[in-house]
Design a binder for this molecule. Structure first.
Ligand code: AMP
Length: 284
């Protein structure tokens, strides 16, 4: 696996791969790689001849009170994990490479950024779409692998790629979970002994919501209440949201028909967690 530090080198490696008929798979991450990230890299390695993992803790997507300074950074460990999962290239730029002095462009997607995470994290998605647009512009035609763990981010990036006619195929990948259902996240390490068990309430609430939808409940309000009640029953959990939305627009439906997405956000002892699941109601 080759370590790349510059956007120019990223572009030329991607061009070389395509010139030798290899599809380029791109896996954008902020590092602190775990088995969830590895599943994306492994899938990219199965489907593409060249696999670029990007590792950049993007300052633009962190709010002023968020954990940019303490976000885990360990290039040596991440290199081993990326190579082990099948990456051929690791792109790890510094902030000056991505945002040199004078940088003043921002990519803003309306619509799906204005709900859910967008309500509590102003500017977050603008930071995400700006960095992903830059990565896609440098890489050129590719398949971009994103996790459903950040379901809203996946919807927003798909929207941006379609709206800007970027030459990328966005591939959504399933969530990797712990045995008790907790979705793997770089932030789980912060939960400690006391937060670990309450954190499993997120998955329990999603499962209960999915069971309700799949047993024919069509009122989004009743599904939201059932999910919220499970989260609120845990003293250490403070609920951000528990929502039922259309999986493409992220808007709340009047009545549940066909596929919906259930999403929850909660803070557990100071650590903010998000999770989601698909559920299929009557087809209408
Ligand atoms: P991050 O480093 O947290 O920005 O995540 C990089 C990519 O890995 C994003 O596309 C995430 O959705 C994805 N990802 C993170 N956690 C998981 C997980 N538990 N299962 C699947 N994909 C994940």
């Amino acid at each position: 696996m080759e370590l790349i530090r510059s956007l120019v080198a990223l572009r030329s490696r991607a061009e070389e791969a395509r010139a030798s008929a290899r599809t380029v798979g791109l896996v954008p991450t902020m590092g602190a790689l775990h088995a969830g990230h590895a599943s994306l890299v492994q899938r990219a390695a199965r489907e593409c001849g060249a696999v670029v993992v990007t590792l950049f803790v993007n300052p633009l997507q962190f709010g002023p009170s968020e954990d940019l300074a303490t976000y885990p950074r360990d290039l040596a460990t991440d290199s081993v994990a990326a190579a082990g999962a099948g990456a051929t290239h690791l792109f790890a730029p510094d902030a000056g490479e991505m945002y040199p002095s004078g940088f003043s462009t921002s990519v803003r997607v309306a619509g799906p950024t204005e709900v859910l995470e967008g309500d509590s994290r102003p500017g977050h998605f603008e930071g995400v779409t700006t960095v992903v647009a830059k990565l896609l512009a440098a890489t050129g035609p590719c398949r971009a692998y994103l996790g459903e763990k950040d379901f809203q981010q996946l919807v927003v990036v798909r929207r941006m790629v379609a709206d800007l006619s970027l030459p990328a195929e966005v591939v959504g990948c399933p969530i990797v979970r712990e045995a008790d259902g907790l979705a793997l996240s770089s932030r789980n390490a912060r939960l400690g002994e006391t937060g670990r068990s309450p954190a499993s309430a997120l998955w329990r609430s999603l499962r209960a919501g999915r069971d309700l939808v799949e047993s024919g409940e069509q009122a989004p309000g009743r599904v939201r209440s059932a999910m919220g009640a499970i989260l609120r029953a845990e003293p250490l959990v403070s609920v951000g949201y528990a929502e039922v939305v259309d999986p493409e627009t992220l808007m709340a439906p009047e009545s549940i028909e066909g596929e919906v997405r259930l999403l929850v956000a909660a803070t557990v002892g100071g650590t903010r967690l998000i999770d989601n699941v698909a559920a299929c109601g009557p087809s209408g």
